[in-house]
Design a protein. Structure first.
Length: 179
């Protein structure tokens, strides 16, 4: 599916040029690609942003903004969201006044996203091979299930997210699995 999507391959190619060691495009772009395909949609869903996550425990806090600017310059029609998972604990403290332990890897960061079906990322290696980060597997994604991942998101936040993202309206074959 990834290879057959020219827009997703173009996004992956642009991000690969940043030469990050451990990275992926994840969340909505990948989830929508799969769910659109499984619903037989001929026109791909629009995505609000492109989540680029990476892991670099040596990077300065300012690197996310610098990488975002590089991506905006290379591909200005996309709203890029770049986040270093090695510093996400600082973000939680700054934004939510919540103390969470530092993450140890890209996969550990992806594993904390609000729904298991969204805990999937894809990267493009220098040899053009596609790498998948799916710490909870791909079953929920491909079985059209929206199930709460409670590692960081509360049940209330999950319910609000399901409603605001209009998952069922956009992809009617989905089923929401309650806690």
């Amino acid at each position: 599916m990834v290879r057959s999507s020219a827009p997703v391959m173009e996004l992956l190619t642009v991000v690969r040029r940043l030469n990050l060691k451990s990275w992926c495009i994840g969340a909505g772009v990948i989830r929508s690609l799969v769910w659109d395909h499984l619903h037989g949609f001929n026109v791909p869903s629009e995505y609000d942003d492109v989540d680029v996550v990476y892991f670099d425990d040596t990077a300065l806090k300012s690197q996310d903004a610098e990488l975002t600017q590089l991506l905006k310059h290379a591909y200005p029609s996309v709203k890029w969201e770049v986040t270093n998972q090695a510093r996400i604990h600082e973000w939680f403290l700054d934004v939510y006044s919540q103390t969470v332990p530092p993450l140890k890897s890209l996969a550990e960061g992806v594993a904390t996203w609000p729904e298991y079906a969204t805990c999937v990322g894809v990267s493009l290696a220098k040899d053009d091979s596609i790498h998948i980060v799916a710490p909870h597997g791909l079953e929920d994604l491909f079985n059209l299930k929206i199930r709460h991942n409670n590692i960081r998101a509360s049940s209330a936040a999950f319910a609000k997210r399901v409603a605001s993202k209009r998952f069922i309206e956009r992809w009617p074959k989905l089923s929401v699995i309650s806690d």
